[in-house]
Design a protein around this ligand. Structure first.
Ligand SMILES: NC(=O)C1=CN([C@@H]2O[C@H](COP(=O)(O)OP(=O)(O)OC[C@H]3O[C@@H](n4cnc5c(N)ncnc54)[C@H](OP(=O)(O)O)[C@@H]3O)[C@@H](O)[C@H]2O)C=CC1
Ligand SMILES: O=C(CO)COP(=O)(O)O
Ligand SMILES: [Zn+2]
Length: 353
């Protein structure tokens, strides 16, 4: 008897384009959301977007509450839940980079409340996904969470954000190639749950972005358009899979470990990009594929070396040799690399000097 079933939860409205931040109140109307919103933001996105959007809500007769978080932690999720209860909020609006959006989506899941995703940087593919990513001691959880009811991605705001945030988003997408390789390997060796549709969408997203790399240039608003569409598409792949597998493999474990060993040194997207060069090498040996990843990253100005990340060589080796322990996710790293092998891959790919 056939007994499979699945819920693929996706946003109802994805609004992308120049000046669409002005449509936020209309988006709320279209969703028939009533009551008071709680805006979840972080310091810079608050200035850039949350305060101006709050003014539009006030003009429409809606008085939002605002909570500003500094870090993506379970404590921050707790603070947002408490603020939502204290302010009698009816829905949440996550406004910012990956940090603010992840915290809003996890709090909204806990509160059984809808949330809107308003990215201020095209820096990560969690804009649409139904996953949150949170460090917790020696580990990092990929948590099931509420997908947004709607996304409002203003390409004018995204284009004005520092360029490296956009290149980080591109690198997060380019890393899909190795994430999918790891996923297929885990399917073959460990029979993990696998979706060919999600894998194909994730790879195709990376391919389209790389094909359009010439159009991804600083100062061009069209770049934000291209990158945001890729980030949305990659998030949809995660929602189809019901896991972050299509967009997170060993290159992400490497980045999560760097977050522990060198907190704040580099952006998430940039770290996963450099990780992806090395895990592509592990998948393919000295054949060409890792060079394609490296060249794709450098074509959009993303870092390809430890020095460009601002991370020293020894920290890269430590991350490579320990990151398989971060979570129970089978990847090309298997049960871990020894130091000699780690040095070889990092040196051969030019990540360390
Ligand atoms: N759930 C998922 O599926 C995914 C989750 N992620 C998670 O997302 C996070 C990475 O996202 P990322 O966006 O890099 O991290 P942050 O949210 O920390 O943002 C990076 C930096 O950009 C700043 N910033 C944001 N918008 C602007 C703007 N318009 N102008 C100037 N500065 C701005 C932030 O300022 P400030 O310091 O003031 O906040 C911060 O310093 C990680 O925690 C990662 O794990 C990533 C991919 C997928
Ligand atoms: O960053 C992600 C996808 O780009 C997902 O993060 P996790 O590795 O925590 O699942
Ligand atoms: Zn990522």
């Amino acid at each position: 008897m056939f007994e499979k079933s699945t819920w693929i939860r996706l946003p109802r409205n994805v609004v992308v384009g120049h000046g669409v931040i002005d449509d936020a109140v209309d988006v709320v109307d279209d969703l028939h959301l009533q009551g008071r919103p709680l805006f979840v933001t972080s310091p810079t996105p608050r200035e850039v977007a949350a305060d101006p959007i709050a003014d539009d809500f006030v003009a429409a007769g809606i008085e939002p509450a605002i909570v500003t978080i500094e870090k993506a932690t379970f404590d921050a999720v707790e603070r947002v839940i408490e603020a939502a209860e204290a302010e009698d909020a009816a829905y949440l609006v996550g406004i910012g980079g990956g940090k603010a959006i992840d915290i809003a989506k996890m709090a909204s899941d806990h509160l059984s409340m809808g949330f809107l995703s308003v990215p201020t940087a095209a820096s990560h593919d969690g804009i649409v996904s139904n996953r949150g990513s949170v460090p917790d001691g020696d580990t990092r959880h990929s948590v099931a969470a509420e997908p947004p009811l709607a996304v409002v991605a203003d390409t004018e705001i995204l284009a004005e954000a520092p360029w490296e945030l956009t290149t980080a988003g591109c690198a997060d997408i380019i890393s899909n190639y190795t994430a999918v390789m790891d996923w297929r390997l885990a399917k073959r060796l460990k029979d993990v749950e696998y979706s060919e549709y999600a894998a194909a969408l994730s790879e195709m997203t990376a391919e389209i972005l790389v094909d359009n790399a010439d159009l991804v240039r600083p100062g061009l608003e069209e770049s934000s358009w291209i990158v945001t569409k890729a980030l949305v598409s990659s998030g949809v792949a995660m929602s189809i899979a019901g896991s972050s597998r299509p967009a997170s493999g060993a290159e992400h474990l490497f980045s999560h470990q760097l977050d522990r060993l060198a907190p704040g040194a580099a952006l998430h997207g940039h770290q996963v990009g450099v990780g992806s060069i090395m895990t592509a090498y592990l998948h393919g040996g000295d054949r060409g594929f890792w060079r394609n990843i490296r060249d794709a990253l450098s074509s959009i100005d993303a870092p390809t070396t430890a020095a460009e990340l601002g991370i020293d060589d020894e920290t890269v080796i430590e991350a490579l040799t320990t990151c398989h322990e971060i979570r129970d996710r089978y990847t090309i790293l298997g049960d871990g690399m020894n130091e000699r092998a780690a040095r070889e891959v990092a040196t051969k790919t030019g990540v360390i000097g």
